[in-house]
Design a protein around this ligand. Structure first.
Ligand code: ADP
Length: 652
């Protein structure tokens, strides 16, 4: 029995929570042209209440099982009312206050948050898209009564409000468990009591509901005239019906009911598994990312039914986190009705279902990629970063995910797949090249990719923080290794003997840290640079990748991308910075000049400063911040002054 305090034995007035007033104001003022959605919203609530009751009936031996679960719609033209009645789980008095007096519906909360965040922008778009739940009753009614009796109680209560800042809750009569919503229609909405109007609305918006919806209709003429209830929907769970009998609109309405989304899904997959195991799945991908997709406690999973009985929302055991944007329902015939979280976590049946759900989810994405690349690009934009987590966490799906990943590239302005890349790769190209950085512009301009591009090879641009891990998870595709343009070993076959593979073995011993690579005349300068920058770089050597830039910084074998390292170091100050390798372009005229200067005056203090500037410029070119911008600016000023003074001298 619920605790019924004295408060609810007489009629008492309550104030709506502040955000309810906000929602009500918006509903009444803004959704007017969509007012007929009230019926779908109230039927959806009734259906949820029946689902909860059915769950209680199968899991609790003491639950009342006498009545068939159903929803009734009773229009009354003379009184100007529409009554929607269910024999579901019902609400106790406290629940009436809480559920109908505060914004309980998370979609509404999200909507309000968005609205507040975008105050400046026009609200109109958002409002049109808003699923408002119970308060949509006020689109057509100026007064609403809710009489409800909880399945746990033998007392009923009436909630009542004209939606002007307060509502009352007090005692009432109701024969059995369930909820009755009475809409006192505004005059201009009385036409909604028409039988065919209601039939049409139910068919259009609510046909997915798996419980019978009975409409009170008049039958016969004259003395024969009588009223009876007629079932006006299919009354069969949508997912149990054969796909060919379901229209796109019906799928869409079901999806909206399931997710509270305001628009239809981007794609769907409906499947039945028969054989050793029996279950049905209906999966969707939303058009837009839900709130909090990247927060640690982001909800995920699908709705679980067992033999048509609703068991739980967000069943995480049925989908991995990297598919947390997939919505849908799974209905299993093999799980027990009283299935608990513990059973789910340890069930062979669940593991088998999960495998199938993942397979069908990936099939759904494959199909979309094949049939509608534009929609797939938008899916990738919204959920690609989530999907890529799978490469890191679930190596089992590496091959399937490799077919789904997309990157931007040096060849195309749009997204490319690894298959596209391989297809246009010149035959001799040894690897798939990629460059990691904070944005496309930075990566595209980075000196590291010069030689790769000059060879006519395509470079994939990876600008998502997760890409470093995703790429490690991928490793290779169709026997081609993925190689970072920023790492030490590029594997570009040049014509000198400095093949990438030999690098580590030909490293000189002890103090000779520099890799001369057949440019012996540069050795003294490289040694000089190494000692000038010894706090900052691990090695200075001749580059095989540069063509236009004088220098660049590369990552030693196994090292981390600089922007990732910065991100991690921001979170953990103790993490040491990796020293990188400074590569020098032996063919660059600037390097030639420096070499000459060094051979003339190996102690030159100018030279030391210029080497510092070169290093800082390498940082800037890859999009990294310089250690000391003030110092750099003053060095540049000095250099500019010298150059300007020279330029200003009259020609002799
Ligand atoms: P939502 O249904 O999206 O949660 P609503 O504003 O429509 O938001 O309803 C708020 C809450 O009121 C529901 O979550 C549910 O707990 C309760 N409720 C509404 N209608 C019914 C009903 N017919 N039977 C039982 N509970 C209901």
């Amino acid at each position: 029995m619920s605790t019924e305090t004295a408060e609810f034995t007489e009629n008492r007035e309550h104030s709506f929570a502040a955000d309810v007033n906000e929602v009500l104001g918006l509903v009444i003022n803004s959704l007017y042209s969509n007012k007929e959605i009230f019926l779908r919203e109230l039927l959806s609530n009734a259906s949820d209440a029946l689902d909860k009751q059915r769950f209680a009936m199968v899991t609790r031996p003491d639950a009342d099982k006498s009545e068939e679960l159903r929803i009734r719609i009773i229009p009354d033209e003379t009184a100007g009312t529409i009554t929607i009645e269910d024999n579901g789980i019902g609400m106790a008095a406290e629940e009436l206050v809480k559920n109908l007096g505060t914004v309980a519906h998370s979609g509404s909360k999200e909507f309000l948050a968005q609205l507040k965040a975008q105050k400046e922008q026009s609200d109109v778009d958002l409002i049109g898209q808003f699923g408002v739940g119970f308060y949509s009753a006020y689109l057509v009614a100026d007064r609403v009564e809710v009489i409800s009796r909880s399945a746990d109680s033998d007392r009923a209560h009436r909630w009542q409000s004209d939606a002007k800042s307060t509502f009352t809750v007090g005692p009432a009569e109701r024969a059995g468990r369930g909820t009755t919503v009475i809409l006192h229609l505004e005059d201009e909405n009385k036409e909604l009591t028409g039988e065919w109007r209601i039939r049409e609305l139910v068919r259009r918006y609510s046909d997915y509901i798996g419980h019978p919806i009975e409409l009170k209709v008049k039958k016969g003429e004259g003395a024969e005239a009588r009223e009876e209830f007629e079932v006006i929907n299919q009354a069969r769970a949508l997912w149990q019906r054969p796909a060919k009998e379901i229209t796109d609109e019906q799928y869409e309405e079901f999806y909206k009911h399931l997710t509270h989304d305001w628009e239809g899904p981007l794609c769907r997959k409906h499947f039945h598994i028969e054989g050793a195991m029996l279950f049905t799945g209906l999966l969707f991908v939303p058009k837009r990312p839900p709130f909090g997709l990247f927060s640690m406690d982001a909800k995920h999973g699908v709705r679980l039914h067992v033999k048509r009985v609703f068991i739980m929302d967000d069943c995480e055991e049925l989908l991995p986190r990297w598919l947390r944007f997939v919505r849908g329902v799974i209905d299993s015939d093999d799980l027990p009705l009283n299935v608990s979280r513990e059973i789910l976590q340890d069930s062979h049946v669940v593991r088998t279902i999960r495998k199938q759900v993942v397979k069908h989810s990936l099939d759904m994405l494959d199909n979309l990629a094949k049939d509608d690349s534009e929609s797939y690009a938008s899916l990738w934009q919204n959920f690609g970063a989530v999907l890529k987590e799978g490469l890191h966490y679930d190596p089992e799906y590496k091959d399937r995910l490799a077919g789904l990943v997309r990157f931007s590239s040096s060849v195309e302005s749009g997204l490319v797949s690894l298959a596209d890349y391989i297809e246009r790769m010149p035959e001799e190209q040894p690897a798939i090249y990629y460059a990691i950085g904070t944005s496309r512009d930075v990566v595209e301009a980075s000196p590291h990719i010069e030689a790769i591009k000059n060879k006519g090879y395509e470079v994939l641009f990876m600008t998502d923080p997760i890409d470093q891990w995703a790429v490690a998870g991928l490793g290779e595709y169709k026997d081609k290794k993925l190689v970072s343009a920023m790492t030490a070993d590029l594997g570009l076959s040049g014509d000198d003997d400095d093949k990438a593979g030999n690098k580590s073995s030909d490293k000189a011993e002890g103090d000779k840290e520099n890799d001369s690579s057949g440019h012996a005349e540069l050795d003294p300068l490289l040694l000089f640079m190494r000692s000038a920058l010894q706090e900052k770089v691990d090695k200075v050597r001749v580059s095989e990748r540069l063509t236009d830039s004088p220098v660049c910084l590369v990552i030693p074998e196994g090292g981390m991308q600089p922007h990732i390292e910065r991100m991690l170091r921001a979170q953990n100050a103790d993490m040491p910075a990796t020293k990188r390798i400074l590569e020098v372009n032996a063919k660059h005229p600037l390097i030639g000049d420096l070499r000459q200067l060094h051979s003339r005056d190996s102690e030159s203090s100018d030279l030391k400063e210029w080497v510092e500037v070169l290093y800082e410029q390498a940082l800037l070119a890859e999009g990294s911040p310089v250690d000391n911008p003030v110092l750099m600016a003053s060095r540049l000023t000095k250099l500019l002054r010298t150059a300007a003074a020279q330029a200003a001298q009259p020609e002799s």
